[in-house]
Every structure is written in C-alpha cells, then in structure tokens.
Design a protein around this ligand. Structure first.
Ligand code: KG4
Ligand code: ZN
Length: 414
C-alpha cells in the first residue's frame, strides 16, 4: 500500500535516449511507484548494434502504451501526477525527440510542469533514489560517481547545495566507452548484441589469467593533446583537462597535484584491437563465423546455448578481457577517489550491472574504507525512474523547462 503524505509529489518520468522506451512514476525522489521499460534489443540484434532510425521508429510505437502502463501500475491517471520529467540528452537526437515531443504535448495539455533531465544525472540519481528507498538518507560528501554505460565512462564529483546538485567531470573516456568495448568485443567474437550481459555470464567459465593484456593496451598514450574527439562535449572536456582551471575552483588543489597533472581518463579502443589481434594470431575466425551463424538461428539463446558454441580458448579470452576491463575501471576510479579524498563512491550505468565489476569494487573500496553504492540491476541500465528521481530537486526548486527546449545529443553534465 502506498502511504501518501500532503507534501508528496508524484513525477512521471519518460526516457527515450537510446534503445529503451521507459516510463515510471516516482514519489518525491525516494520511492519507485511504477517502472516500465520496453526494450528494443530484438529489433537491433540482427544489426549487431543500435540503428538510430529504427530506434526512433520503435520509440514512436512504444511511448503511448509504456506511459499508460506506468500510470496504471502506479494507480495514477494523467491528472493525478504533479509533474512530468523527460530526458533531454545526451543520446540519439531522433530518439530523444520522441520522448521530448510526447512529454511536451502531455505537459501542455495537462497544464503540468515539465522538467528536462540529463540522462547521466539520471544514472547518478538511480543510486540516490534506491538508497533513500532503503531508508538511507545519510550521505557523506565528497561523492564520486563513475557513470559507466554503452555511451559513457565518466567520473563526476557530485555536490549538493540545498536541494540542487552540481557536477564536475574529472575523467572521461578518450575513445570507446566501457560498455561499447564489451559490445564490440562480443560482436567480434560472434556473440551478438548487447555484449555486456553475455560476456558477464560467460566470463565465469573461463580463466581470467589466460590472456595477458598489457596495461598499455587499455591506456591512452596521451601523446597528442589534439586527440580527435567524438562529440562537442568531449572536445570541451579534452580542452578543460589540459587547462589548470579545469580543477574545481572551490576545491583546494595541492601543489603536488598541479605538478603531476593527474588525470583519470579511460581508453578502451586499444583492448578491442588487442582482442582482434588475438583472434587473428590464433586463427579463431572460422569458429567465430560458425558461432555467429548458429546463435543467429536461436531466437533467445540461453547460457547453455552460448556455452555449447564456445570453446575453452574463447571462454578464456572472454574472462581475460573482462578481468582487464574491470581492473582498469576499478584502479582508475579508486585512484581518483584517493586524490580527492572521497567519502562515498557511486558506480552506475549499464556496465554497473556486471558481477565481476561489483565484486571487485566492493573488495577494493573496502580496503580503502570507502563505501560504494550501486543501483539494483534493473535501475543500472536505462530506465525512467532515475529520470523522475533526478527531476525531483528541480521540481522543488521550480526549475521547469521552457516549452521550446529541444533535444541535446551531446549534452554535458555540470
Ligand atoms: O546505461 P545503459 O543501459 O545505456 C546507455 O546509457 O548506454 O548501458 C548499456 C550498456 C551496454 O553497452 C551493455 O552491453 C552494458 O551496458 N551492460 C553490461 C552489462 N549489462 C549491460 N556490461 C557488462 N556487464 C553487464 N552485466
Ligand atoms: Zn544510460
């Protein structure tokens, strides 16, 4: 039973930034009342990745039933919600526009406030939402958040002043995001899309020490400050990271740090190439082609199906790849946490669902006496409850979106 207080606010969140159409109702940023996610995985699977045009089309198909379902599950109707929240960016422009246009039309017709939310802030608030839901309202600052997904591998210092939150980026991927590396390696090995969950399950069956990935294969050599960037936001970050003033103005910066120029950037294109080299030098192409064909003929392959089509050498390669990825993510994040004397660590985004990543973070952070929080698995990957939760402080501050706001595919989080 839902106990409603006079001060409670119910926000309907809508998320359509990539390949999930999602809607949720969240009470006052602290309780998930409903959470509906329509996945498009089966649509994109034959292509081995998200096809933007198909994503927009699928969002158009799904958005009305998904929103209706979220309201029905919450025993709410359009009139009984207090506000709407929608993802503004970052994400696929066409996909974002579907959610935004629908949310705007609803807000206008219902005369309800509309709140624009950054998807990455949503991932961070997924952790806060679930901690509050468990009754944990104490949060020690400074907070460091690793957002690790298919599109992002970003480290943020998160601060709260009154109700409002602000973020400072202190690290980002120079090329592929961690989830992208999982997906590309899985595709390369004929395991289909999305690769992260499959690699997670198969890695347990291989020897993670079998294939050595040199640290240089997962580090950006940082030879060229004008390293080509993928988005305007990344370009801006690259510039910021090379300038002294990129460091938080409010945060004292010891001289030793100034001299060392410590960076907490990630790079995962090298390890992807290393896996490709391994495949070539060990003549795995024929077995990969056979696996790809066999798995494509099974509509929903089970773990047994994957295992039946993977030899031990491939399982060892998968386990070693995952070990290297996890080792790098954990080591860089914890070194940033030490430099900034962090009190609380959040790990969130689709890759935060990874079992080995969670276990390793828990073990290693405990050594430093650092509490680490993850969202539950359903709230690690894309969902709208996190969007409604991130909107709540903005709702309290009456920080509403103008009716003419639009999608921002490369939106920065500040
Ligand atoms: O946050 P998310 O749902 O969407 C983005 O904002 O990108 O993250 C999706 C990414 C995909 O790359 C997927 O392969 C990865 O998260 N992922 C995982 C796991 N579950 C999802 N990666 C590793 N292990 C998992 N268990
Ligand atoms: Zn996401």
């Amino acid at each position: 039973m839902i106990v409603v207080r006079m001060t409670d606010s119910f926000i309907l969140g809508i998320e359509s930034s990539c390949d999930e159409t999602a809607a949720a109702v969240v009470r006052s940023g602290e309780e998930v009342i409903s959470n509906v996610v329509a996945s498009q995985i089966s649509v994109h699977q034959p292509y081995g990745g998200v096809v933007p045009e198909l994503a927009s089309r699928e969002h158009l198909r799904a958005i009305v039933p998904v929103v209706r379902q979220a309201l029905a599950d919450a025993a709410k109707n359009y009139q009984s919600i207090d506000a709407l929240a929608v993802t503004q960016g970052p994400g696929l422009a066409g996909a974002l526009l579907v959610g935004i246009s629908y949310a705007k039309a609803l807000a206008f017709a219902l005369e309800k406030p509309l709140i624009a939310v950054n998807h990455l802030e949503g991932h961070i608030h997924a952790v806060l939402l679930e901690e509050r839901q468990k009754g944990n309202h104490e949060l020690r600052f400074p907070v460091l958040a690793l957002v690790v997904s298919g599109g992002h591998t970003h480290l943020y210092l998160a601060e709260q002043r009154g109700e409002s939150w602000s973020y400072e980026n202190i690290g980002h991927t120079r090329d592929d995001a961690a989830g992208e590396a999982f997906d590309k390696v899985a595709k390369l090995l004929g395991l289909g899309y999305p690769g992260g969950p499959v690699i997670d399950r198969l890695a347990k069956h291989g020897d993670p020490r079998a294939v050595k990935f040199a640290p240089s294969q997962i580090k950006h050599p940082d030879r060229n400050p004008a390293f080509p960037q993928k988005t305007p936001r990344d370009g801006a970050l690259e510039k910021e990271l090379h300038e002294k003033q990129s460091w938080s103005s409010g945060r004292p910066r010891p001289e030793s740090q100034a001299a060392e120029h410590p960076r907490f950037d990630f790079s995962y294109s090298g390890i992807k190439t290393a896996v490709l080299r391994y495949v070539e030098t060990h003549a795995l192409a024929a077995s990969i082609a056979a696996r790809r064909k066999a798995l494509s003929e099974i509509s929903k392959p089970t773990l047994e199906d994957y295992l039946a089509h993977c030899d031990q050498q491939t399982l060892d390669l998968i386990a070693s790849f995952q070990r290297a990825m996890v080792g790098d993510l954990v080591a860089k994040t914890l070194s940033a946490a030490r430099k900034y004397e962090i009190a609380t660590l959040f790990v969130t985004g689709g890759v935060a669902a990874n079992n080995e990543l969670r276990q390793t973070f828990e073990q290693e952070a405990a050594r430093d006496g650092l509490p680490v929080y993850f969202p539950s698995r359903p709230l690690s990957t894309d969902n709208a409850a996190m969007i409604a939760a991130a909107a709540y402080p903005k709702f309290v501050a009456k920080d509403f979106a103008a009716i003419d706001f639009s999608a921002e595919a490369g939106m920065a989080l500040r």
